[in-house]
Design a protein around this ligand. Structure first.
Ligand code: SAH
Length: 380
């Protein structure tokens, strides 16, 4: 029987190692339970214990799983492995933002960004190597899509960063706003987020997990059906023509369809959709744009997140004037619609919005890198 049929999950080439063992961390709890009950004749309780060891206590080996019988540990060792991301670089910005560059099993690099603020500490995670969406202003788009991340590669970002934080500090929020289009890798995203939300694993509240999308219309409802996480939509423009110019996906799913999908999005009471709006000077920064956006969002429980464009080379797009950002924000605030200006963080280490994959920064934090390597089991 194939591994896929045995474990009940899709196992790609990269989900097994050179000894044919499966990455046990790419299964959510139910899949681990199914695998261990059906294949190894174990109880659900034992399966949970193993799952907890991997995701709650960060075990690097089966050998260290105290309370799991030795024979079972050996059996697991033969059939499975515990994956970790290899930290390639840890860069610290002058503003305290920390960028992690991870090297994957096949050599690709991905990035996560930790953003400490007064009230919360947010981890921005990647969902793909590169991105297929080709938004003109974003450097991750320049890479094209190399491949999807598997569930373990997504959830391991949160586990490994969380374990590195100093005593008493923790990640409070997760946002899928790093490299990639999360809804373009939906099955693996859902697997990873179930691990992030599971109380036997990372135990995040769904109120503090946000998935950001360019507006992959059919996948929005699928996400809602799978998990109760928050939705953010990168809207960025207010007419079809304007949006087509910077977000080619608009040719497939029009702005009107994206808004319609938001209107139909099954929001639990009290939740709102976040609309991200990257502002470019002389392109989408006028009061007329604000008016149009306001009208588009009419009737949708929404908050607007204005993101001043971080300039990237090779484009004639420009960062907005501060006064225009302020006027845009005031337009919403004076009409009692929540509108927040996202502070640019991590610019000096290429960790700001739309800069992931841009290359390495200068401010290497050697001690953090060493620590991150230790957590990944690469040094002692
Ligand atoms: N693909 C998803 C997840 C990435 S989120 C999405 O697009 O929503 C990244 C956010 O940063 C998006 O809102 C995007 O519009 C914004 N962004 C991309 N490049 C940017 C840049 N150069 N400056 C500011 N924001 C940018």
């Amino acid at each position: 029987m194939s591994e896929a049929a045995r474990t009940g999950i899709r196992v790609s080439r990269r989900m097994s190692d050179d000894r044919g063992r499966v990455d046990l961390k790419s299964m959510d709890r139910e899949a681990v339970e199914r695998f261990m009950v059906d294949e190894l004749g174990q109880t659900v309780t034992r399966a949970r214990l193993v799952f907890q060891w991997m995701w709650h206590r960060g075990a690097r080996t089966f050998a260290e799983m105290q309370g799991v019988p030795k024979a079972l540990r050996r059996q697991l060792e033969e059939r499975c492995y515990i994956s970790f991301l290899e930290p390639d670089q840890v860069l610290k910005s002058v503003d305290g933002t920390i960028k992690y560059v991870w090297r994957l099993e096949d050599g690709h690099l991905i990035e996560s960004v930790l953003i400490p603020e007064v009230q919360r500490t947010t981890l921005c995670m990647s969902s793909q190597v590169g991105c297929a969406m080709a938004c003109t202003f974003c450097v991750t788009g320049d890479l094209g899509l190399k491949r999807n991340l598997k569930p373990s590669e997504i959830a391991n970002q949160a586990l490994q960063v969380a374990r590195q934080l100093p005593e008493g500090e923790r990640i409070t929020n997760l946002v899928l706003m790093g490299m990639g289009e999360p809804l373009h890798n939906l099955p693996n995203l859902v697997g990873a987020l179930s691990i992030c939300l599971d109380d036997f694993a990372l135990n995040f509240s769904h109120r503090r997990v946000t998935v950001s999308t360019v507006g992959l219309v059919p996948k929005m409802a699928e996400l809602a059906a799978a998990l109760p996480v928050n939705l953010a939509v990168s809207i960025n423009a207010t007419t079809e023509e304007q949006r087509r110019e910077i977000m080619p996906l608009t040719r497939k799913y029009s702005l009107a369809e994206v808004i319609e999908a938001c209107r139909n999005f099954p929001l639990p009471s009290g939740k709102r959709i976040t609309f991200e709006y990257v502002m470019f000077r002389g392109f989408n920064d006028t009061i007329e744009d604000a008016e149009r956006l306001f009208r588009l969002l009419d009737g949708i429980p929404a908050k607007v997140n204005l993101i001043p464009y971080n300039e990237n080379p090779g484009r004639d797009l420009k960062a907005p004037d501060h006064a225009d950002v302020k006027a845009f924000q005031d337009y919403f605030m004076s009409r009692s619609k929540a509108c927040h200006v996202r502070t640019t963080r991590g610019l000096d280490i290429n960790a700001a919005c739309g800069q992931l994959g841009k290359g390495r920064g200068q401010a290497v934090e050697d001690t953090w890198l060493e620590d991150a390597r230790r957590i990944a089991g690469l040094s002692n």
